[in-house]
Design a protein around this ligand. Structure first.
Ligand code: ZN
Length: 136
């Protein structure tokens, strides 16, 4: 059984979503197909298709939000890598057993009709890993 099925998207922290949307539309050769706010995370997101994968641009909607803090620390750039999983609860249990630190104990609603869970970058070589499962 495959656990982390594929890279679903790469999340990129940006300061100015309008400017970044223009830039990525030129880079990828196609426009963003949706914008969506995630109130609980204090972000507004914009999604692009890149073949079978996606790019998720994230702009903070509040100065103390996780994206604002990430930009403060490291500047704009890659924020997380999201892997698609078939059963998020099972994968969360498996990763916990493998010694990874999860940032949320329960799957939570994310953008793009997904349940998500984040793995702490300290337990994943400095990479913030997102697990995401499509809500059907
Ligand atoms: Zn994401």
């Amino acid at each position: 059984m495959e656990h982390l099925i594929r890279i679903e998207h790469i999340g990129i922290a940006v300061k100015d979503l309008n400017a970044a949307e223009d830039l990525y539309a030129r880079l990828l050769g196609s426009a963003s197909y949706k914008r969506e706010g995630v109130e609980s995370e204090g972000v507004i997101t914009s999604f692009f298709k890149a073949g079978p994968n996606k790019i998720e641009l994230l702009e903070s909607t509040r100065p103390d939000g996780p994206i604002a803090k990430a930009i403060e620390k490291r500047g704009e750039g890659i924020h997380h890598i999201a892997f698609e999983v078939a059963d998020i609860r099972a994968e969360m249990a498996r990763l916990k057993e493998e010694g990874f630190t999860l940032l949320n104990e329960e799957p939570k609603p994310g953008a793009d009709n997904k349940l998500v869970c984040f793995v702490h970058p300290k337990s994943a070589s400095g990479v913030l890993v997102e697990l995401c499962q499509e809500i059907r």
